[in-house]
Ligand binder design. Structure first.
Ligand SMILES: [Fe+2]
Length: 255
C-alpha cells in the first residue's frame, strides 16, 4: 500500500527542473536513421529541450536493429555529421557523442563474430536492448561474452520487457550477471503502463538502477520528462547512486 499511496498523491511541481543529472544517456536524436528525430530540425528542437532541462552532455544511441534499422558506424557517423553541421548553423554548443542501442539477436551475434566495429561510449560501454516480449535465450551468454571481452554492458530499460515486468526473481537473476541497468525517466510516470511504472519502482527501491535515460524520440517525450523532473518522485530518484554524470563525453568537434 505504501508505494501505491505514494503515487496517488498529487505531484507537487518544483519551481524549475532539477539539473542533478547533466549527462543524458540513451536518446534517439540523429536525424532520419531510426524512429527518433526525423529531420535535423527535429534533432535541434530535442537538443534545445534537453539543454533547457539542464543537460550539458549527450550520448545518443540510435537503434541498430536487424532489417528495421540497419544502422552501421557509417550511417551513424553520417547522420552525426549532418546534425553537427546544423548545430553549428544554429550556434548550439553541447558535448555530444554518438553510440548505439544494439538489439540483441542473431544479427548482433554475427556482428560480433565478424569482429565488426561497435559503437561504444565512455571507453568500452555498450548499450543493449532485446525483444520486448521474449527474452533471447542467449542473452546471459551474450552478456557474459561481452564482459569477458572487456565491455561494460548496459541493458536499456529493463522495466519495459514483458519477460521482466513483475518478475522480481528474474530481474535479480539478470542483475546478478553484472549487466548494468539503465531505466527510462518516462517509466516512472506510468505513461508507458502502470506495470512498467511498478517495475521501475521495484528497481529503484532495490537500488538496481545504474543510469537514468530520457530515451527521447520526439517532443511528446520531452514534455513528459520535463514534467517528471519537477516532481518529488524525481527528487527521490536523485538519492540513488546514478552514474550518468561519470560518463565521459568527448567534446571535440562540437559546434
Ligand atoms: Fe531507445
Amino acid at each position: 500500500m505504501g508505494l501505491s499511496n505514494l503515487f496517488k498523491r498529487k505531484p507537487k511541481l518544483s519551481e524549475k527542473p532539477d539539473d542533478k543529472i547533466f549527462v543524458d544517456f540513451h536518446s534517439h536524436l540523429l536525424p532520419g536513421i531510426d524512429d527518433g528525430a526525423k529531420t535535423p530540425e527535429d534533432s535541434i528542437r530535442l537538443i534545445q529541450e534537453l539543454q533547457t532541462q539542464g543537460i550539458k552532455a549527450i550520448i545518443t544511441t540510435p537503434h541498430i536493429l536487424g532489417d528495421l534499422y540497419p544502422n552501421t558506424p557509417a550511417t551513424i557517423r553520417n547522420a552525426e555529421a549532418v546534425l553537427r553541421a546544423k548545430m553549428a548553423e544554429e550556434g548550439i554548443s553541447i558535448a555530444f557523442h554518438s553510440a548505439a542501442e544494439y538489439y540483441v539477436d542473431e544479427h548482433f551475434l554475427k556482428l560480433r563474430e565478424k569482429g565488426e566495429e561497435l559503437m561504444l561510449f565512455n571507453g568500452k560501454g555498450i548499450l543493449i536492448e532485446t525483444n520486448y516480449v521474449d527474452k533471447p535465450e542467449f542473452l546471459e551468454q551474450t552478456i557474459f561474452d561481452l564482459k569477458i571481452d572487456g565491455y561494460d554492458v548496459i541493458l536499456a530499460h529493463p522495466e519495459r520487457y514483458h519477460y521482466l515486468i513483475g518478475q522480481w526473481g528474474k530481474i535479480e537473476k539478470l542483475f546478478n550477471t553484472g549487466v548494468k541497468f539503465q531505466s527510462n525517466l518516462i517509466s516512472f510516470t506510468g505513461k508507458y503502463s502502470p506495470q512498467i511504472q511498478k517495475t521501475a519502482d521495484f528497481l529503484a527501491k532495490n537500488k538496481m538502477i545504474h543510469y537514468l535515460g530520457s530515451d527521447i524520440h520526439h517532443m511528446g517525450h520531452a514534455g513528459l520528462i520535463s514534467h517528471f523532473k519537477r516532481t518529488d518522485r524525481y527528487q527521490e530518484l536523485m538519492e540513488l547512486k546514478i552514474l550518468n554524470n561519470s560518463l565521459v563525453v568527448e567534446s571535440a568537434g562540437n559546434a
